[in-house]
Design a protein around this ligand. Sequence first.
Ligand SMILES: *Cc1c(COP(=O)(O)O)cnc(C)c1O
Length: 462
Amino acid sequence: MRYISTRGDAPVLSFEQAMLTGLARDGGLYLPETVPTLSDTDIRAMRGQSYEEIAFTVMRPFIGDTFTDAEFREIIAKAYAGFGHDARAPLVQLAPNHFLLELFHGPTLAFKDFAMQLIGQLFQAALSRSGERVTIVGATSGDTGSAAIEAFKGLDAVDVFIMYPDGRVSEVQRRQMTTSAESNVHALAVEGDFDTCQGALKDMFNDFEFRDGVRLAGVNSINWARVLAQVVYYFSSAVSLGAPDRAVSFTVPTGNFGDIFAGYIAKRMGLPIEKLVIATNQNDILHRTLETGSYTTDGVKPSISPSMDIQVSSNFERALFYAYGQDGKAVAEQMDSLKADGSFKVSQGAYQALKETYASGRVSETQTSAMIKAAHSAMGELLCPHSAVGVHVAQDHLGDTPMITLATAHPAKFPAAVEDASGIHPPLPARMADLYDRDETITHVKGDVAAIQAIIRERISA
Ligand SMILES: *Cc1c(COP(=O)(O)O)cnc(C)c1O
């Protein structure tokens, strides 16, 4: 299995190289050269299997000879052992034909644990074999950072630096990043918003001297291995509702487009998915793009679903690559226009292709709160604000096909918003009840790439 860049001008890599590299050297994102397919028989065989068995079947064709079957099974087993639910990704019914996929039973209570826990084990296995050391730098709007720190803390071949926008993450998210005692973990509170952090990260990857000097590795949602890990629960949930003999649709609370793009890969692999519905909060660039064909940034408005507060949605580039018939040059032109003017216009053909696969909806702050309250009283489900955005949009797209809405975080990760909306204070699961008592270690830094690079150089040489 070979990996190519969405911009068509970077070295072709193996799975292991693509995983350790993150962003391609031409600024693009890695994708498999061809997407392997599973037959209906393969998919039917997943009925009644454990999450780990399904994970092996779905991901095995993508990893080439990076790991043996036995090694890969062990990596998967270790990755999901720390989850607080035996099903890993349980499905609950909300209403006739509407189901909720609970992706918040991992160690940091958000779906990002599914990918990050796997990536931690993949990195450890690959690096301990080669004896190399890497520096992981990540940008987070909250959940990626805590998931990364939880996955990489204490690993001896890795230093992990997480940049988060100072004052714009919830207290639970911040504490999950700042209370690790391990010396290979560094939480950087950056002046600015998530796009400042993501911009600094991109600049570091494009600074080849720095990139090679510190052996920079990325675990943001642009990392192909993360997308791959997320493909699995599309299969496990669809199969439990009758796939491949019955189609399903998914609604996904969306920010950087990694989670919903994993659904698109599942569909290309042969899973019968009718619609992939993009749910956005008031930061609705993706909804506007689907409505108008024009991708236009207009600044981040902080919301009660902060993990979706972005205006540049990195993984959307992967969707564009397929919408443009895998034409890397066309994608590169669009991305140049985005960089120069803050916008681009999707061509007619590509726009049609996007509309065939995706639908979309946008939810205001008031609607999000009202949905948290209504879901609790009518469905008996206490939703986090992101999941509430999803459920609200999904309700506008219900039909004959079963709808699965992804619940991306546990309500206790966003207690203030949940309590304001519902009057109920969501308790943390017992296994992390001491979070508010732990000591925090935070490094404050200006939203300036040179300042951040200086800190990284200093810490890894210490
Ligand atoms: C990261 C995150 C999202 C957005 O996912 P993307 O893959 O970036 O689209 C939604 N909800 C929660 C809780 C998240 O942590």
